[in-house]
Design a protein around this ligand. Sequence first.
Ligand code: ZN
Length: 344
Amino acid sequence: MFKRFENKRTIPMMELMLSLMLSALTTHIAYTAEDPSPTPEASASPASSPAVSTTDPSPSPLVSLVKEGPGGLKAQLSATEVVDGSVLLVTIHAPEKTKASEVTVSYNGKVFQAFPVEEENSKESVFRSVVGVAFGTKMGQSSLQVEWSAPGTSRVVHKLKMPFQVIDGNYRAEVLKVDPRHVNPKKRDLRRIRKEVAEVGEIYRMITQKKYWEGPFALPIDSPITSPFGTKRVFNGEMKSFHQGLDLKAAIGAPINAAANGVIVMAKDLFFTGNTVLIDHGFGIFTLYAHLSKLKVKKGQKVSKGDLLGLAGMTGRASGPHLHWGAIINRAKVNPMDLVRVMK
Ligand SMILES: [Zn+2]
């Protein structure tokens, strides 16, 4: 039995076209193009789509696979099966004298620095690394590599290959059929959007070699998810963008709090996301809070988990008040819920 698609939001053409154009400008699909207000020329409406999970994709099964490599190097993944758009924790055990700077994880051409984890009564050094498996990662067998380099050098002494499986996230699709001629983005807006995409991209590229967060992340507002992460926007048969965060129910003026400790790297008004707060949690992990009616933090400010960031609203291109919450790990967009359920 096929279920009628539940999400009744409409997607203006302009947004679709913008994400198209932006994907040409950046290596990612538009950093944020969502929750827009319906406009008369944007008559796109979601068509019915095959029955897939209508809830947030379930967390990956926790499987303990410890692999031991040369030189006493041991590693463990938080899961051996993950959906695309999720967080993978790598726990690394190395002989006592190993320093964090000597351990890295490489995955998909990116390097993830390891940081020490305090474990009592351990004769080894325990490190952890947080890896983001980006939305849209090809399904099937994958692996990451734990690398241990000689002290003071970048020469890799030991390598440990950790296999895992990328499985289908069963993300819903919003199928849209629209007339491309209905698009007429304003030049002025495009200039602004390009500038903002570049600015945000620049922030995501800076990886702070410091761990600000402690333990699992918290929901910025304790309320239900109204639109899950990863919904694909299929435009005339082709996927053009996807929901890069999740939406939480939030009335105008509802307090929005920091999901974890960090430093505010952006607190300002952006074209799509309106009043936006971006927190750097260290080691390439960022969270984003969008459509706020009021900002209560400033760039450069340190925040603790639970601190007030701003008030919920519907600024930017939002069809109604809600909180759009995003998470980024080493430039990969991941499901923020993973930071709540997988993070240590
Ligand atoms: Zn959203």
